[in-house]
Design a protein around this ligand. Structure first.
Ligand code: ADP
Ligand code: MG
Length: 338
């Protein structure tokens, strides 16, 4: 399950992570009221959708020269004008697919004077069974691009869950980002807290792009994408409340009612498969043969009752393996890209 940027920031702030002041808005009036609570004089109006690349995204119907889904505003009036133009409009980014996503909420954030943008992320690495750490001096841009063209600018390692995040891990990040003095200290403190938040919330992914150093010498989380392990959500009712069904595919919501691991994909070959491993292998074989799968569907090991259950029954089954749709889509696309 994924959450919005502003929700992730509010969650991280509880762990002591430094964020900018901001306010969520569902209407232009709320955007104005929110902006008035901020110190200013620079504001940023940020589309809240479950997809990255918003800054470079394009709104449907506004033409190619219009501003994207993250906009600077130098006055409250400008905040209002942007809010009016952005709310209710469909934003297309590299991560939304061509159909885009309707912007239903905005986050009005105080503007930061950015000295440098960095990249930092934590992700559960299934291969090693550890939390993988990725950091780069090249923030604010697509990390896949950096990995391809400047792999030397990426620091990555994994953390043994038995020891947890140690001071030397924090130093590896801060020095890897070439930070010195107080910024280096702040960075160590921030990434340690980010790791604490990640583990405490059973997150599966936390991407801070960018993590910034401000011109007046502060480290701050400027963007945050967070996803959680569905199998652990029963331990976090407060996080479940952050679920935004408007961001999820209606078919996936329907499937989740029956505890089916179903993820819609873009192709035309429907797959009903017994077991996650076999389902992944089936997708691979279809792709290898030049086809496009229409979905991932793991009806689970004890499939008999459940296949029918999705139609008529509501069987309670033990929580099995489930996959984050975003992870799967990205992972699958990446694998076949290489
Ligand atoms: P996305 O990654 O979806 O495009 P971000 O939140 O990363 O969205 O915003 C895109 C860019 O906008 C950032 O890389 C940063 O340069 C700028 N930006 C975002 N928030 C602020 C802010 N509060 N103050 C100043 N610049 C910002
Ligand atoms: Mg970003």
């Amino acid at each position: 399950m994924n959450i919005h940027e502003y929700q992730a920031k509010q969650l991280l702030a509880k762990f002591g992570v430094a964020i900018s002041p901001g306010a969520v808005a569902f209407t232009p009036e709320e955007a104005v009221a929110g902006a008035k609570t901020l110190p200013g004089p620079l504001y940023v109006v940020k589309s809240q959708i479950h997809a990255g690349g918003r800054g470079k995204g394009k709104f449907v119907g506004l033409g190619p020269d219009a501003k994207g889904g993250v906009r600077l505003a130098r006055s409250i009036e400008e905040v209002e004008a942007h809010a009016k133009e952005m709310l209710g409009r469909v934003l297309v980014t590299v991560q939304t697919g061509p159909q885009g996503k309707e912007v239903k909420r905005l986050y009005i954030e105080n503007g930061s004077d950015i000295a440098h943008e960095y990249y930092f992320s934590l992700v559960v690495d299934r291969g090693t069974g550890r939390v993988g750490v990725i950091a780069s001096t090249e923030g604010g841009v697509d990390i896949e691009e950096v990995a391809e063209h400047h792999p030397e600018k990426i620091v990555s390692f994994s953390v043994d869950p038995a020891t947890g995040f140690m001071p030397h891990h924090a130093r590896a990040v801060a020095f890897g980002l070439k930070l010195t003095g107080d910024l280096n200290k702040q960075c160590q403190d921030t990434v340690t807290k980010l790791y604490e938040a990640f583990v405490a919330t059973d997150a599966s992914m936390l991407e801070v792009n960018p993590l910034i150093a401000t011109t007046d010498g502060y480290i701050r989380v400027l963007d945050a994408k967070m996803g959680f392990d569905s199998n652990a959500l029963y331990r976090h009712p407060d996080i479940v409340e952050l679920r935004d069904l408007a961001e999820e595919d209606p078919m996936e919501i329907e499937a989740s009612k029956f505890d089916l691991a179903y993820i819609k994909l873009d192709g035309n070959i429907g797959c009903m498969v017994n077991g996650a491993g076999l389902a992944m292998a089936s997708l691979d074989i279809i792709k290898l043969s030049g086809g496009e799968p229409a979905n991932f569907l793991d009806v689970g090991g004890g499939a008999q009752g459940k296949g029918a259950g999705g139609v008529q029954d509501h069987p309670l089954r033990p929580r099995g393996q489930r996959h984050s749709g975003q992870h799967l889509r990205r992972h699958h696309a990446l694998r076949h890209h290489r």
